[in-house]
Design a protein. Structure first.
Length: 408
């Protein structure tokens, strides 16, 4: 597939992923707020633990929650599961297209660990699968009876995974895989626990048996985890566009502080929805963590050791540099692009090169040949606003080099 089509596939998957994530997060946040805001009702049917009156769209809604299940099975029952499944499927597909297929660029840093592409792919898949298993076993263990202790252990577990991944992959790869693991845990909660438990409750109703209350307790615990993991997952995914988060020395500490911010912000709204007042202290904690993140981001990552590439990559880079058109392209990049894409950038408003892309060496220019072609020639989105004055003639020279080395 050509780089142009690959870029459109990536864009389409991002679009689908964002849409499905909005649907999942929206329904999840709504039901958490609804559950916390229920009031005990007088003369309610047997089994009803609370009710709520809401107004929206010009009408009133009267909602009742059965703590286990109603006495009879309703004819129309809406299941909330496809939002979660669609979000994970589209996210995993996006991970494959961008990070696993582009492991040489986005995951592997030979100055961190010299990996072949296939090794990076296998490690990534093992992290997701094994990561879910460890999390699930912790929840099913006796720790599941101690919600606060389990929450602390789960928090430490995800931070530890992020720390370990920084010794395996690029900072960007460590962040996106940690976010993918947390998102996989959330989807796994829905697929392996919440929905199966609800189906068991429905089966008990149909059979005329009283459902097991333990099924509801387990499902509620996993739903609570999903609620508190949502905001950190969103940051980990969006942080791939912010090198100040992932490409600094203390990136794993930044990830930990982000998780704290996500938890305390959700706690504020959960407390508010539960009519428990306004936990304003949470915003103080979030602000202190934010200040800490900004301070930690000022420490650059240690200078990388000499990097090594596979024979195939070295051959490809050498061919791109040896092309007759390369000398002109290098001059263009040095004049028009390196003002931003160097470390540190010369452009005064930037603290780090955009998306962590550096074009300050022949090798880096060759490594990013496809991106340069897509951004500076085909879409003309770079430089932003054409601030450095890249001319049409120079774009034509870049295009000629890209075609000569096989970028199509």
């Amino acid at each position: 597939m050509s780089p142009l089509m690959w870029e459109w596939v990536s864009f389409a998957l991002r679009w689908v992923h964002v849409i499905t994530a909005i649907a999942w997060i929206g329904s999840s946040f709504y039901f958490i707020a609804l559950d916390l805001g229920l009031r005990r009702a007088l003369n309610a049917p047997r089994g009803v633990g609370g009710e709520a009156w809401q107004v929206h769209g010009g009408g009133f809604y009267h909602i009742q929650k059965y703590m286990v299940a109603p006495e009879g099975m309703p004819e129309d029952l809406t299941w909330f599961k496809w939002e979660a499944y669609s979000t994970w499927i589209s996210g995993f597909a996006l991970l494959c297209v961008v990070y696993l297929a582009g492991a040489d660029l986005h995951l592997i840093d030979t100055s961190v660990l010299d990996l072949a592409r296939w090794q990076a792919v296998i490690i990534s898949l093992v992290v997701l699968a094994a990561g879910w298993i460890v999390y699930d076993l912790a929840c099913r263990s006796p720790l599941g009876r101690h919600e606060a202790l389990l929450a602390v252990i789960v928090f430490g577990y995800f931070v530890l995974v992020c720390l370990i991944l920084t010794y395996v992959f690029t900072g960007r790869g460590a962040f996106v895989l940690t976010g993918a693991l947390m998102a996989s845990a959330m989807t796994g909660n829905v697929f392996f626990v919440i929905i199966p438990n609800q189906k068991k409750v429905v089966a008990s109703l149909i059979a005329g048996r009283d459902p097991d209350p333990e099924l509801g307790r387990e499902a509620k615990l996993r739903s609570l985890h999903n609620n508190y993991l949502t905001l950190p997952v969103l940051f980990m995914m969006l942080s791939t566009h912010n090198p100040l988060a992932f490409a600094t020395e203390f990136n794993w500490v930044i990830a930990a502080l982000v998780m704290v911010i996500g938890v305390v912000v959700r706690h504020f709204f959960n407390t508010m929805h539960a009519h428990g007042g306004y936990a304003w202290w949470t915003w103080g904690v979030a602000a202190l963590c934010g200040i800490g993140i900004a301070w930690l981001s000022s420490f650059p990552a240690p200078a990388p050791a000499a990097t090594k590439q596979s024979a195939a990559v070295r051959s490809s880079l050498a061919a791109a540099i040896a092309a007759p058109e390369f000398a002109a392209v290098r001059d263009i990049v040095q004049i028009r692009c390196m003002v931003c894409h160097s470390d540190p950038p010369a452009w005064g408003d930037l603290a780090a090169p955009p998306k962590g892309v550096r074009l300050d060496s022949d090798e880096n220019i060759a490594l990013h040949a496809t991106d340069i072609d897509l951004q500076a020639v085909r879409s003309r989105s770079m430089p932003p606003g054409n601030l450095s004055g890249l001319t049409d003639a120079e774009r034509t020279q870049i295009a000629a080099w890209a075609r000569a080395i096989g970028v199509d």
